[in-house]
Design a protein around this ligand. Structure first.
Ligand code: SAH
Length: 356
């Protein structure tokens, strides 16, 4: 127990732990430590971001994907997936609808769909930015070349989400076919950072074969990469995947890790993910109380939402975005936080850009 106290204090004071210390912290997870971590983590989030929760309007614009990731419902090998693509006009319309609801960040996410050439993406990014100059655009469209990422950035895209999925190449190979590598994924993240994107990495909690050592390495990788955003959420099985019969990641472990991440990277933008809200009805609220400061409601047209099924039983696939926003506003104000209409940039990144 003295060991754990020492580790907790060190994490709070120095935002840094050794691999062994992280593993000890993970092995000794109990409700008391969890509560203490959450208390400290939410205080750190409040110190940097107050009681503000940033919202991102998520437009899932295509579920075509050339990859066959074993965990993902929209993998190319899933012949049961009903595929769809949104046109440029539909995407821009969706973004404008989101803008009117108060969103100041639009996230364009999709499978790796070669239908959308770089030129098309550049055109889409420019159109959204032109209509809404005070809105940030985040992309989440997978692994691309340095040149493609640079073209998106030059077109005005502000942020890019690309979870590293797992930092361990051996574990990576158990979750992906052999044409995909942990090395390339990490290189993409370094490229994104170099280009100047606010960059997001992350992983699934409780993915098949994941060990506590893997998680420790994920946390160390994140600390080293120092991304502006981190997305973690529980793995949830999808019925048409290799991992259909695997069990989902746990709520408590996810919350525990969210608090550790907040303490290790104090200014990071950290969402309470939809997957967290899916495994527990209060998942997102508990995520905020554990130190997260972002939520990403769905802005996709209701007609396509159910088709963007990365995992089973995803929440909020039936409601209009306006309903989701109202529901979230209430939930969040009930726990003492407030959704704001703000771009919600990473504070460290913003200060650096402004030369502070
Ligand atoms: N094609 C993009 C977007 C992928 S989907 C890309 O490659 O980055 C976004 C994230 O959803 C993935 O990075 C993965 O971590 C997560 N995800 C996929 N399948 C999941 C599942 N079954 N359970 C939980 N999260 C999942």
């Amino acid at each position: 127990m003295t060991d754990i106290r020492y580790i907790l204090n060190k994490l709070c004071d120095e935002s840094d732990l050794t691999r062994e210390e992280i593993i000890t912290l993970l092995e000794n997870r109990d409700p008391e430590i969890q509560t203490e971590l959450a208390k400290n983590a939410s205080a750190v989030a409040r110190k940097h971001y107050g009681n503000k929760i940033f919202v991102r309007g998520l437009i899932e614009f295509t579920n075509y994907c050339r990859n066959d990731c074993y965990y993902c419902g929209i993998r190319c090998g899933n012949k049961n997936a009903e595929r769809y693509r949104l046109s440029k006009d539909e995407i821009v319309e969706c973004a404008s609808y989101g803008y009117d609801l108060g969103f100041r960040t639009i996230v364009l996410q999709g499978g790796e769909d070669m239908f959308y050439t770089d030129d098309m993406m550049v055109d889409i990014i420019k159109s959204v930015k032109k209509e809404h100059t005070d809105c940030a655009v985040t992309l989440s469209i997978g692994e691309k070349s340095y040149e493609s990422y640079k073209a998106f950035f030059d077109a005005g895209a502000d942020r890019y989400l690309l979870r590293h999925e797992t930092a361990d190449p051996g574990h990576y190979a158990k979750l992906h076919p052999s044409n995909l590598s942990s090395e390339n994924r990490k290189q993409c993240l370094y490229n994104l950072k170099k280009i100047g994107f606010q960059t997001g990495a992350g992983f699934m909690v409780g993915s098949p074969y994941q060990t506590l050592e893997n998680i420790a390495d994920d946390l160390l990788f994140l600390k080293k990469l120092d991304p502006e955003m981190i997305g973690i959420g529980p793995f949830i099985p999808h019925k048409d995947t290799v991992f259909a019969d695997e069990k989902a990641g746990g709520l408590d472990l996810t919350l525990y890790l969210l608090s550790i991440i907040r303490l290790m990277l104090p200014t990071v933008l950290l969402p309470a993910t939809t997957a967290l809200g899916t495994i527990d009805p209060r998942g997102r609220e508990l995520g905020i109380l554990a130190g997260t400061n972002v939520v990403m409601p769905n802005l996709s047209p209701v007609g396509v939402r159910k088709k963007y099924a990365l995992y089973d039983n995803k929440i909020c696939t039936g409601e209009e975005a306006a309903e989701c926003m109202n529901c979230l506003k209430n939930r969040i104000s009930n726990i003492g936080y407030e959704i704001v209409a703000d771009r919600g940039d990473n504070i460290k990144y913003k200060n650096m850009k402004e030369g502070k």
